[in-house]
Design a protein around this ligand. Structure first.
Ligand code: BYC
Length: 474
């Protein structure tokens, strides 16, 4: 399964043996590059960036590091190796052979899932395109660009499936993936979070921690798919995704560490004094966390979803880590949901397990999110402070599902719209918070130098020192 870098499109799918497909993808390639130039990272296209590139898909040594100009990054098509014994792992056809081609009756649904997944990848690049100028260090600048080129590659992953398995419809969808744009009034991206602007690095770290983690869980669900090429693509994407979440996790950790240093130096926990010293007070970190976590919760869809039930029944999309469950058919089980009853309390309702798959996945996601919070809180505790970061309730600030538009406290207690409005800016970033965070966003582009609002990372990339010249600017 070594990757062929001789072809115009690097791949490990023997693309050269299918001339029609190869030509169609080579036709899409310049469109992608044009999109990258217009809507990819602004102004850094001639910089030499210390990037990793996939060289093989096995666990050992899949990556090689070196300086690359982003437009010359070798975006390509990499699928995990095929397991000839792989069987359908869930749903009505449990135990049968997986599909190498798409059964006709599932074509439209699978296309929709692949397009929705594919749409998020370029969207995130568009959202982050202005961040290069305000990077807190060259180390961070490099990480931003690594995330961006890999999201570009994830778009390639989905476009390959569209071209290879969906004929003309798929090619048209691939074109449209470059036509919708994040935040565009006429042609926005499909899912809400991917139309939110990311103007500052605190948002970027929250996005890579919380929203990329939604990516992890959605990809894990699709990695269970009976459509084998989709499963194999997602398996490899997951290995790339891990670094993105690392960027978010360590980014927030470094922000917190720097704030604690300032709190210690000045012997204060007063947000105003901390801001005057150029750091980000912990309540503000909490507000940004609330915003991005709740937005990411929406990405799992409604608690009750007949779409999710049929994805599961038909073997299109499973639960993340399906093997950990005892019952892979899930036809006789039920799930208890907590729903708003319209009069300020929550009521319970039992629904069939298959209809609750979005909620099952969301719950696994929330547990995974908590790991980072524990780590950050340990740092705060060690520094002798009682403040703790916390995840708001799944009911808070929702735009999708049963709790959409229901005002609650961050703890999930239903309140009136007036009460919500009165407290909103204690819970979510307000204009003053955003203006303050933006005032900190001054690019630091000298090797080893770090903006004053963030601590240096504990180590560099690929065993290089932190003060390595990760991006050579010209
Ligand atoms: N915003 O039955 P429901 C990533 C729509 S992130 C707007 O509950 P379903 C990444 C929904 O599409 C991972 N609309 O939905 C991260 C449906 O519309 P249609 C992305 C929303 O189908 C960082 C309608 O509401 N992966 O990879 O059960 C950087 C009814 O809803 C939203 C995928 O998306 C929303 N938040 O579940 C880069 C995986 N939520 O179809 C990348 C593929 C729902 O009736 N997608 N709607 O017009 C899916 O599995 C499903 O489409 C969803 C929704 C889980 C998203």
């Amino acid at each position: 399964m070594s990757i062929n870098y001789q072809d115009r499109i690097p791949n490990n799918v023997d693309l050269g043996s299918n001339r029609t497909l190869q030509r169609a993808l080579e036709h899409w390639q310049p469109e992608f590059l044009k999109w990258w130039e217009e809507l990819g990272p602004k102004d850094f296209q001639v910089a030499d960036v210390y990037l990793r590139t996939a060289t093989s898909v096995d666990a050992k040594g899949w990556a090689t590091y070196g300086y690359v100009r982003m437009p010359e990054y070798r975006w390509g098509i990499f699928l995990n190796e095929r397991d000839p014994n792989r069987r359908i792992g869930f749903g009505d056809s449990y135990g049968q052979e997986v599909w190498q081609q798409i059964p006709g009756e599932y074509r439209a649904t699978l296309r929709r899932l692949i397009v929705t997944q594919g749409d998020t990848e370029p969207a995130s690049v568009e959202q982050q395109r202005m961040l290069g100028h305000t990077a807190p260090s060259l180390y961070d600048l490099r990480n931003l660009f690594q995330v961006n080129v890999e999201e570009g590659r994830h778009l390639w992953a989905m476009v390959y499936l569209l071209h290879a398995y969906f004929g003309r419809d798929g090619r048209e969808e691939a074109e449209e993936l470059l036509e919708r744009h994040s935040g565009d009034a006429d042609k926005p991206r499909i899912l809400g979070t991917f139309n939110e602007p990311i103007r500052d690095w605190l948002s970027f770290f929250m996005f890579t921690y919380f929203t990329d983690r939604d990516g992890k869980f959605q990809l894990k669900s699709l990695a269970e798919s009976s459509f084998d090429p989709l499963a194999r693509t997602c398996q490899f994407m997951l290995t790339e995704e891990a670094h993105h979440m690392f960027v978010g996790d360590t980014g927030i950790n470094r922000v917190v560490r720097r704030t604690l240093e300032v709190m210690k130096e000045l012997n204060t926990d007063d947000p105003k004094t901390i801001r005057n010293a150029g750091a980000i007070d912990l309540p503000t970190v909490q507000k940004y966390l609330n915003f991005w976590f709740t937005s990411s919760l929406d990405l799992f869809g409604s608690e009750t979803s007949s779409n999710a039930a049929s994805y599961f029944a038909n073997g299109l999309k499973g639960r993340p880590d399906e093997a950990q469950y005892d019952d892979h058919v899930a036809i006789e089980q039920s799930f208890t949901l907590e729903l708003p009853d319209g009069s300020g309390v929550a009521r319970s309702e039992q629904i069939p397990m298959r209809n609750a798959m979005n909620e099952v996945t969301r719950s696994s996601y929330v547990r995974d999110c908590e790991i980072g919070l524990k780590r950050w809180n340990r740092v705060i505790e060690k520094a002798g402070h009682t403040f703790r970061l916390s995840l708001p309730s799944k009911r808070f600030r929702r735009s999708i599902g049963n709790w959409a538009g229901v005002p609650t406290t961050p703890e999930g207690a239903p309140i009136s719209a007036e009460q919500f409005a009165a407290h909103k800016h204690e819970w979510l970033p307000g204009e003053a918070d955003r203006a303050y965070i933006m005032s900190l966003m001054q690019g630091v582009h000298q090797p080893g130098k770090m903006a004053a609002w963030i601590a240096p990372p504990e180590r560099g990339i690929n065993n290089n020192p932190v003060d390595y010249e990760y991006v050579k600017l010209h």
